[in-house]
Design a protein around this ligand. Sequence first.
Ligand SMILES: NC(=O)NCCC(=O)O
Length: 350
Amino acid sequence: MAGELLSVEHCLENHLPEQELKEVKRILYGREHVVVRIGLVQNSIAAETTAPVAVQRSALHNKISRITEAAASCGVNVLCYQEAWTMPFAFCTREKQPWCEFAEEADFGPTTQLCQELAQKYNMVIVSPILERDSIHGDTLWNTAVVISNNGHVLGKTRKNHIPRVGDFNESTYYMEGDTGHVVFQTQFGRLAVNICYGRHHPQNWMMYGVNGAEIVFNPSATVGGLSEPLWAIEARNAAIANSYFACAINRVGTEVFPNEFTSADGKPAHKDFGHFYGSSYVAAPDGSRTPGLSRNKDGLLVTEVDLNLCRQVKDHWGFRMTQRLDLYASSLSAAIMPNYQPPIVRDSC
Ligand SMILES: NC(=O)NCCC(=O)O
């Protein structure tokens, strides 16, 4: 043998077949900790809202392709974009046209095709939240996240369960309440789920992804400072703690100005913008720690490494999942949703 041995590991890696190497490493070093590099993307729109739909979408495709390349150069394994990333957040307008034209098929639309190319090229799982057009079911629109495996295949889709009816978030005008339940996607880099935007105000929505085994739950959002900023830092972080998983909150940035005025039905003057989308994307861990947030007004890519084994360590330490008494709540809730339900309120008869 020429020269000094570089290291035992190097020698093993060079000479052992993959499966045996794994087993030898387990015997030598103990259980392998799964470290996953997560990327979150927050961005402003890339063209005027008056530009043709195809121009607006392609400008966003270009911007996001560049950010995805940057994520790849940081070694990101799983990348998630913001809610309805291919379009301005036009739901405030209540106009159907041209905004419904942004909807596209989840399985084979142009955005999914782009994400498939990127996922395969960079060996990266991509979570791509879009406005979905489901032509098989009567052209129904949904607010959907498409999950693309790192081999470029569409792993599946999950739809937004809770639709906001607050302020200018008039989203029920555009798409239906999701019908995919609380799907969890087993990927090479862990079990992922997606709780889209307004679902973050519903602890039971977060909870169900945990019940179904998620280790990382993304919350791609679009929300404005005047409405939700005081809640932002709390909700995903609390979800991570309560459910012993990693929670990743993503919000878009900038102020989007629309061609026609709309009102907020509050007696105040009509206006053309939604307010400021405040970014501030972050990742929270099951032990309650969190990353700093991204900027309130700049495009950003947050890259963070997470050890998925922390989910189990925290479960064993705190026991929140073990003590959560799902049986108690299942029977209480089954009773509470009945039309003739009488809440067990004990009243003072005097
Ligand atoms: N997109 C969306 O669901 N926004 C609702 C506003 C919020 O939840 O802060």
